[in-house]
Design a protein around this ligand. Structure first.
Ligand code: S3P
Length: 173
């Protein structure tokens, strides 16, 4: 596989954990965009938001998308908002297969609640309706790919195998 595999999807859909396992299976390098941004800036994503605002974070995210699109053979876990900029989608798509990870709002709420305080766009007393609203607002952006996997009620190995199947199909088509 030459192309990158780019996992997109809302916060808490499993992009990072699935991406890591997938990269191990396919013997590809794993890159988590948010962690890379943290390395480059020397700050956590939440401090970036707090100190410099979302605009600064998005500009770091844009630079990272540009940089990673020029590389190949990577499994990339994006941040949930990478699709907000059309330019990011175009670039990541140029040299990558995009896969949209989906999950039910209930699962998303449970997963993000386990890591409270690490996602600056989510308020503290987050409700199911808030997640549904955000999902509704972003769904058309995640639809930039036809490859979709629902991660709710599935173990990580099943999800990784489903993605692997998609990749094999693409390679042989
Ligand atoms: C964001 C998602 C986060 C992170 C930032 C913004 C978003 O990544 O990039 O907090 O706009 O959806 P995860 O999807 O890994 O939580």
């Amino acid at each position: 596989m030459e192309k990158n595999i780019v996992l997109i999807g809302f916060m808490g859909t499993g992009k990072s954990s699935v991406g890591l396992k997938l990269s191990e299976k396919l013997k590809m390098k794993f890159v988590d965009m948010d962690r890379e941004i943290e390395k480059v800036t020397g700050m956590s994503v939440s401090s970036l938001f707090r100190k410099f605002g979302e605009i600064r974070f998005r500009s770091e995210e844009r630079l990272m998308a540009q940089k990673l699109s020029k590389q190949s053979n990577l499994v990339i876990a994006t941040g949930g908002g990478v699709v907000l900029e059309d330019e990011n989608i175009q670039q990541l798509r140029e040299n990558g297969i995009m896969i949209w990870l989906q999950a039910s709002p209930e699962d998303i709420l449970a997963r993000v609640n386990r890591k409270k305080g690490t996602r600056p766009l989510l308020k503290r007393d987050l409700k199911i309706e808030d997640i549904e609203d955000m999902l509704r607002a972003r769904e058309h952006l995640y639809s930039c790919t036809n490859y979709r996997i629902n991660t709710s009620n599935k173990d990580i190995y099943t999800i990784v195998n489903e993605i692997h199947k998609i990749i094999k199909q693409i390679e042989t088509s």
